[in-house]
Design a protein around this ligand. Sequence first.
Ligand SMILES: NC(=O)c1ccc[n+]([C@@H]2O[C@H](COP(=O)([O-])OP(=O)(O)OC[C@H]3O[C@@H](n4cnc5c(N)ncnc54)[C@H](OP(=O)(O)O)[C@@H]3O)[C@@H](O)[C@H]2O)c1
Length: 317
Amino acid sequence: MKINRVCILGGSGFVGHHLASRLAARGVACLILTRNPERHKELRVLPGVQLLSANIFDTEAMQPHLAGCSAFINLVGILNEGGNKQGFKRAHVDLVDAAVQACRAAGIPRLLQMSALNASQDQGPSRYLFTKGEGENHAHKLSQPDIQVTSFRPSVIFGPGDSFFNRFGDLLSLSPAPFPLACPDARFAPVHVGDVAEAFIRTLTDSGTVDQRYELCGPRIFTLEELVRYTARQLGLKRRIIRLSDSASRLQAHILGRMPGQPFSIDNYLSLQVDSVCQRNGLLDLGIQPTDIDEIVPLYLGATQRQQRLSRWRRAG
Ligand SMILES: NC(=O)c1ccc[n+]([C@@H]2O[C@H](COP(=O)([O-])OP(=O)(O)OC[C@H]3O[C@@H](n4cnc5c(N)ncnc54)[C@H](OP(=O)(O)O)[C@@H]3O)[C@@H](O)[C@H]2O)c1
């Protein structure tokens, strides 16, 4: 089936930016429904990208915008609930129900659902992973029999604008003191955002991918400590990293979880108790050769930190 126009929820985020620009480059028009179009104006420069304000939980409100869309992509996800106790359920489960209803009402036959590695309605160790698993199951079950669904379960995703390497880069740059690291032995297989976007795009037109749930991983497995040391090396920073014990990691999560913006929470700590590595890498099934961090991270990591150093130097001058 030829895809001319897709609707993306969460298209204003990190993955959404990369996916929309790749779709635009291939001549696919993207409708991005967002809570705040003004904040993401830069997306409008991409050919064929339309940015609209909409309450994405309200199926009826979405309807008038969906004409001509032949696929629906749901990228919405949150890592913390903030003060809202129903936040995970609303963003990861209720929204999927609304997306399925919207597809059905608008006659959209294809839905791609972003989940996460280890998401599980049976064994999800954290509320993030539990609700992500519930949302993934809803997408596959509620869509029967008229909507074709594929879901994606990535490990941590890296690339320009990511919130993993960039975040640790900022933290390492800002704290000259020894760096206390929670859950240092948690394992990841970082996957490139370009490969994730490519997986979505290939899936859009391949009927063999319907009903599949693809785990997405990079080519190598690292511990969190190795990734933080790698980040420091890329930035030319000499930082002593202090490995926190399990109880100290939990305590750090308790303390930081009460701070504004919840930089690290108990739910994040619980998510890190299971290794984020693939049993079977769906990228290979989709014919995509996974990209290594060495090919990409050195190209962008440090740019933000260099800018910060420069503006500090200018202010001091
Ligand atoms: N990044 C990773 O390492 C990673 C790893 C595994 C899985 N994932 C999954 O991949 C997806 C995309 O991740 P990302 O890194 O691109 O996330 P992101 O940058 O935080 O973007 C998510 C987007 O979702 C929308 N959103 C957030 N909270 C919302 C809410 N409460 N109600 C409605 N919309 C909301 C926002 O759009 P507006 O503000 O424009 O409305 C936001 O731009 C998520 O589902 C995430 O769970 C990411």
